[in-house]
Write a protein that binds this ligand. Structure first.
Ligand code: IMP
Ligand code: MG
Length: 179
């Protein structure tokens, strides 16, 4: 199996294998099972990137939970965050809920910050963040991220839900830009 791929004009090489990712997902789920033992959290999936991680995570939960989705967009077709976050809201009432926002990656932190500010209008009980990836060096705003799978350098990645210009989301492994 080739561990180098090309999407449009860019080359990528293997960075995190499907096995490593699945082990990490199980660890995060185990922690959530403990932390939310007596609660019924609302898993809020940030589309489209977090779709794959969220579905693996949810299937490793042993507690009851509710599922909601929201669509957020900041990258467009480029490899850089646009600095503007577009949230597409579905009609939800998050009052009193314990929300776990599930993200693919926390980069500048802007998406999460915007989303949390929006959710706070509904006065939920608690809001936490679970993301399979985080780029701490890319942060421009401060956000509290409780469950992080892997901290990675400030390089562009694809796979496991993350895309380059809408391509590569279906890949089971995570690939990094091969410059
Ligand atoms: P933030 O608002 O800058 O934290 O960006 C978050 C969003 O940008 C993520 O949910 C991703 O959809 C996208 N993003 C950030 N870094 C990458 C990357 O390396 N590859 C693909 N998408 C990314
Ligand atoms: Mg995303």
């Amino acid at each position: 199996m080739s561990k180098k791929i090309k999407l449009n004009d860019k080359n990528f090489k293997l960075y995190l294998s499907a096995d490593e990712i699945q082990r990490k997902v199980k660890e995060i789920a185990a922690q959530i099972n403990i932390d939310y033992k007596d609660k019924v959290p609302t898993i809020l999936i940030v589309l489209k990137g977090a779709l794959i991680f969220a579905s693996d995570l949810i299937r490793n939960l042993q507690i009851r939970c509710k599922i909601e989705v929201i669509s957020a967009k900041s990258y467009g077709e480029s490899m850089e965050s646009s600095g503007m976050v577009k949230l597409k809201y579905l009609e939800n009432n998050f009052k009193y809920n314990d929300i776990i926002i599930v993200e693919d990656i926390v980069d500048s932190g802007l998406t999460i910050k915007t989303l949390i500010e929006e959710l706070e209008k509904y006065s939920p009980n608690t809001i936490e963040v679970a993301s399979i990836l985080s780029k701490p060096e890319a942060r421009t705003v401060d956000v509290n991220t409780r469950y992080i799978g892997f901290e990675i350098p400030k390089l562009f990645v694809v796979g496991y839900g993350l895309d380059y210009s809408e391509l590569g989301r279906e890949l089971k492994d995570i690939y990094i830009l091969d410059e």
